[in-house]
Design a protein around this ligand. Sequence first.
Ligand SMILES: [Zn+2]
Length: 483
Amino acid sequence: LIAKIGYRRLHKQFSELFKKIENAHEKGRSAIQAYAKMTPVSAHLSATAQFKFEEFSKKLKIKKFATSLVDRFIKHIKTAADLDLNKIRIIALAREWQVDENDLLVLAMHATREGLLRLSWELVCPHCRSTRETSERLEDIRKAGHCDVCEVDFSSQDPNAVEINFRVQPSVRVVTEAVFCAAEAAKKDHIKVQLPLKPGESWKGSVHLAPGLYRLRWVGEKNQYVFQLDPKGLKEGTIEWDGSSNFVGHEESYNQVTFEIANSFQQTRLFVLEQMWWAKDLLTPGKVFSLQEFRDLFTEETLGIGTVLDVGEQAILFTDIVGSTEFYETTGDSFAFSAVSKHFDELFKVIREHKGAVIKTVGDAVMGAFNDPSDALKASFAMQNIFVKNQKDLSGIRIRVSAHTGPVLAVRLNSPIDYFGATVNYAAKLQALCGAHEIAFSEKLYETYKALFKDEAVNAEMKSIQISTRKKTIQGYVFNMKA
Ligand SMILES: [Zn+2]
């Protein structure tokens, strides 16, 4: 009888748990969070801890954050279950609370600086998403990792291999560490196809899939094939893949897809097609590196020498002063210095206001980066609007602006966290297309965000320009902002 009652109770608890997990899954939260909601809060806050929270709350409110957001955040840190605080999922929380993701991220950064939270860099297995190594400093991230479970070696350079984690400072609240695999959903309904294939064996077919991000992989092999399924996508296609190459980070979008999968390995391998439900909640280095607040608050953070991180797509913007040599000569060094400094201040302000970051300055040129390419576009117009309209205040300094978007690598080069690669190079080369009061956008940036230009470019005259250098043709759309 006791066993029966015990079993019934257990059964009831489990069915409640599964119901919660299912509900959470529908709302886009993870199973872990749903489980965490059921576990009792282990922290009983002492009077000292209570006082600390009040102090933090005051300090954060002074920093122009919305009172309601600070209150909600502090309450979460105080009362959430330990499992929810091992890894504070900023993006998932922002969605759940219906607040701006950037606002919550910046709040978490300030809370870290105030001593409430702790920031760490995690090297994550790109297959199962479990943390293989944690570093307190960006500089200490190891270049290579290994996952015993998935039997794969990986590098910090692999897309999504590094994640940022916010935790509570133990001096504020002691949270029991939990070791779990972040991708291990209680129900594996994210797996759509799982098929053992012998060497040389193949599978052809199609699967009914809901819109979303998917990946193909082989258990025990590093390569992956990531693609997007979007009913609005124009392309209908066949994905042919034998696992010998990697397609990650620049995913193709299909409206409908059929598969032709072949095992090119020496052994029988388990082929897996799965939905990447966790991908939208990743707090990746690219998301923080392109935020000015991060660069201002964490000035000591630097990439290790030789470390390369894939920061995904970033929009890169360059500015430069037109006729600077002449300007220095006619105005004199001392006047030129103060005028150029003022010009930098104006540009930095615009970049910050458009959720971007100043990556570096090179002479009179500024290089900025934006997570959302549309912000780069808006910032470009905002900059030229200021410089065209306030010529007198800005000592007659005239600038050119160029912008492009694409995959970028983060390295330690001319700044502690510099951006590097073909996208950066092309954004800089676009400068050759434009002169004073002009903006040159790459074809890619223009074509993708065409709709936005209608509002922004009312006073701009647009033309398509192409120039050929020895090796490459540069083509872009140039906007002249002369009023
Ligand atoms: Zn793994």
